[in-house]
Write a protein that binds this ligand. Structure first.
Ligand code: MN
Length: 739
């Protein structure tokens, strides 16, 4: 449809649209507010006067529409309306930030500036740059959350007028909307805008699906109206009798969410049973609001049977977005389940408009909802530069969409977490220190693993230990952005410590090898081991994954003289290696290793440099990442390991595990505190003089689970073992496994 308006018609239309923009808020605005908005409009109209939209319409139509969304749908005040009118002025015209600052003051100029930055970032890019942009955009939340709200309004209008765009651009913009703006609107509680963004997003990314569902919804409209009428007729008399003034209406699910349901549940349109909800909006006073909701609940359930599993009380515990409502699902007319949402007109406005409406109703003294908490958390994760942009967006998106659960601290304080959160997420939500040192958790009084997924209503107690440190595996367990970023930065710190240690070690080792420790050598080493940075090199030396043998290979390549020097040693190792393979088959009485002065059974593996076999004199070396490595006493690396890392060397000896006696397997569960294994072996071996045949301990998340096989002479001795074990602090349960 071509645009054909004359200049005169255009002027009229602009004036009309200006009036329309303010029609809902006009009454509440002060004289100064109105003057400010007028000034902003005049400047914007003048600045954009030469510009046209793709449709041929005057450009000012766009800022006017954005300002209308900001005023009516988001419910923001005069500065935001003015900023919305001005939002494209700096980007598209000759006006500068300084101009706006002089004319409108710092606040409005800064908001426009934030919006300008975003639009400059927002040029077509690949996904990861897009993600980076998104992160930068969220960074502006630090300055003023209104920037984001106006940006969302801007995007909504762009989506509403997307028809005039080229179709490849349509798909790109629509995908970005679904990826970023809809979740953001959702998290800010702008439900109407979110729904519209999603539906429009679907319209341009999957037009066939969109049109199909739209047609079906239109078809079923009459049926729906009849259904709501039946429902209303049934409860009307009871509501009237109680003197309520109320409105009952049907609320159809969005096209996008019906589509999501069809996909998730693998069902057809007709099989989606809760395509619409019934909403009862009542008038009430501040003090009666909650009571009235439950009175209406009582009336509804007098007439229709509720599904007890589908009761959601967002009034007593509002969502972190400020959303309040009482939801029940009842067996409605025609034997169909239907969701009924009961809310006051105040709650309804919050639900529709979100953020701004929420703050409008806050009477200062009232406790803050989770929104500011959320903004603070968001700031924290934004300020962590270690998280890369794509990860960040993925995590953030996850947090945006996930449903919330509410759990209690031991004191009965309530914490909200995303659904799927584990005990570790909870620990980090309490405090970083608690998270860092968490060892185990008790949920409703019962000991659980740290990976235990929490449910709404759980009371959670975290058991900490000073010696506990975050582990790499925790990253697979946690789901909150906060816990993830904390764990990552702590692990990174540890890597730095190891790398520093490695640097020292390397300088010493090179000295032994008579090689200068300088930049040239380090570069050569980095290349030799096919690494990227010197940090990688130091880290690998520090954790032992590059050992002496490998360093010597480098040295031998570097210097012929050195090759000669080590040749004899190398030859010996190779000779022994081949001999070893032949001998492994021959087993004797020594079939197992024990470590330390307590002869502990620990997991170990054999070092590749010397490949010990049963009977060899050996020692254990505790590596940082790879458990205990067993070396022969005369291993070429032995001396340097023992002299440089004495504290990591542990004595080892071969034992014959097939001793006589009565083998009994016990299962142990408890809290994995540092000395527990020691304590168990000490109690059994030293105090009771019973032999441990086998010990197997698992669960390093603070929750200790183990099987232990002991050799006992009789039942009496067994009972005594169990009795003594139960006295150990931290051991919750000791049971005999019968099989
Ligand atoms: Mn714009």
């Amino acid at each position: 449809m071509a645009y054909t308006a004359t200049l005169e018609e255009e002027k009229k239309e602009i004036a009309l649209r200006y009036k329309d923009m303010l029609k809902d808020t006009y009454q509440t605005l002060s004289k100064e507010d109105k003057a400010l908005i007028r000034k902003a409009f005049d400047l914007a109209a003048e600045a954009h006067k030469e510009q046209r939209r793709k449709t041929g319409e005057p450009y000012i139509f766009h800022p006017l529409a954005v300002a209308k969304i900001v005023a009516n749908e988001i419910g923001l005040g005069a500065s935001s309306i003015a900023a919305a009118l001005l939002h494209d002025v700096v980007e598209d015209t000759d006006y500068t930030f300084t101009d706006l600052e002089q004319i409108f003051g710092n606040t409005i100029a800064k908001i426009v500036n934030g919006l300008t930055k975003i639009s400059r970032l927002n040029k077509d890019q690949n996904i990861s740059i897009q993600a980076e942009n998104f992160r930068k955009m969220l960074l502006t939340l630090n300055d003023d959350v209104r920037v984001i709200l106006i940006k969302i309004a801007d995007r909504l209008h762009n989506m509403q007028t997307l028809d005039s765009m080229r179709s490849d651009k349509q798909v790109k913009i629509a995908s970005e909307t679904l990826f970023i703006y809809a979740p953001l609107a959702h998290r800010l509680g702008l439900y109407n805008i979110k729904t519209e963004l999603e539906d429009l997003g679907l319209k341009y990314t999957e037009p066939d699906v969109y049109n199909d569902i739209l047609a079906k919804i239109t078809d079923s409209k009459e049926e729906q109206t009849n259904y709501i009428q039946k429902f209303t007729d049934t409860i009307k008399a009871s509501l009237d009798k109680e003197g309520f003034t109320y409105l009952i209406k049907g609320r159809t699910k969005s096209i996008y969410s019906i589509r999501k349901k069809m996909l998730n549940q693998g069902v057809s349109f007709d099989e989606v049973y809760d395509k619409f909800a019934i909403r009862i909006i009542y008038n009430s006073t501040d003090s009666n609001e909650k009571f009235d909701a439950w009175k209406i609940y009582s009336i509804v359930t007098d007439h229709f049977n509720p599904n007890p599993k589908r009761l959601r009380d967002w009034i007593t515990q509002p969502k972190s977005t400020g959303y309040e409502s009482l939801h029940i699902t009842v067996m409605g007319p025609k034997g169909k389940w239907v969701e009924v949402q009961i809310r006051s007109s105040r709650m309804d406005e919050i639900a529709e408009k979100g953020y701004a409406a929420h703050f409008k109703y806050k009477h200062g003294s009232q406790s803050e909802s989770g929104l500011e908490d959320w903004l603070n958390k968001l700031k924290e994760s934004l300020e962590n530069p270690d998280v890369n942009a794509v990860d960040f967006v993925e995590q953030f998106k996850l947090n945006l969409y996930s449903k919330e659960i509410y759990v209690f601290t031991p004191n009965g304080d309530i914490k909200s977490l995303p659904k799927g959160s584990t005990a570790i997420d909870f620990a980090f939500a309490i405090h970083t220190e608690v998270g860092m040192h968490c060892r185990a958790a008790k949920v409703n009084g019962k000991l659980v693993q740290l990976s235990h997924e929490l449910n709404s209503g759980d009371q959670v107690e975290i058991i900490t230990s000073k010696t506990q440190k975050p582990k790499l595996a925790w990253l697979d367990i946690v789901i909150t952005a906060r816990a993830k970023s904390r764990i990552k930065s702590i692990l990174k710190e540890e890597q730095k410590v190891i790398a520093n240690e490695g640097k020292e070690v390397l300088s010493r080792k090179l000295r032994h090898l008579k090689i200068k420790f300088n930049e040239k050598t380090i570069n050569e080493l980095v290349n030799f081991f096919k690494l990227k940075t010197s940090f990688d090199l130091f880290y690998r030396i520090g954790n032992g994954s590059i050992d002496n043998q490998q360093l010597k290979k480098y040295a031998s390549q570097k210097s012929n003289a050195l090759v000669h020097f080590f040749k004899t040693k190398m030859n010996r190792v190779t000779a022994e290696e081949s001999k070893d393979t032949a001998l492994t088959e021959v087993s004797n009485n020594y079939d197992s290793l024990v470590f330390g002065s307590n002869d502990e059974k620990l997991n170990y593996s054999f070092a590749k440099c010397c490949t010990p076999i049963p009977g060899d004199k050996v020692f254990g070396f505790i590596t940082i990442n790879d458990g205990i490595k067993v070396h022969k006493n005369d291993c070429p690396n032995a001396l340097s390991l023992q002299s440089q890392f004495a504290y990591r060397v542990i004595s080892a000896k071969w034992i014959d595990s097939s001793q006589h006696g009565f083998k009994v397997e016990l299962s142990l569960t408890g809290i994995d505190n540092l000395g527990l294994v020691n304590e168990v072996t000490r109690v059994i071996s030293n105090n009771l003089h019973v032999n441990i045949h086998k010990i197997n301990i698992s669960g390093d998340q603070g929750y200790f689970q183990g099987q232990i096989t002991v050799n006992v002479k009789n039942n009496k001795e067994l009972k005594n073992v169990i009795l003594q074990l139960k006295k150990i602090e931290g051991l919750e349960k000791v049971e005999r496994i019968s099989n």
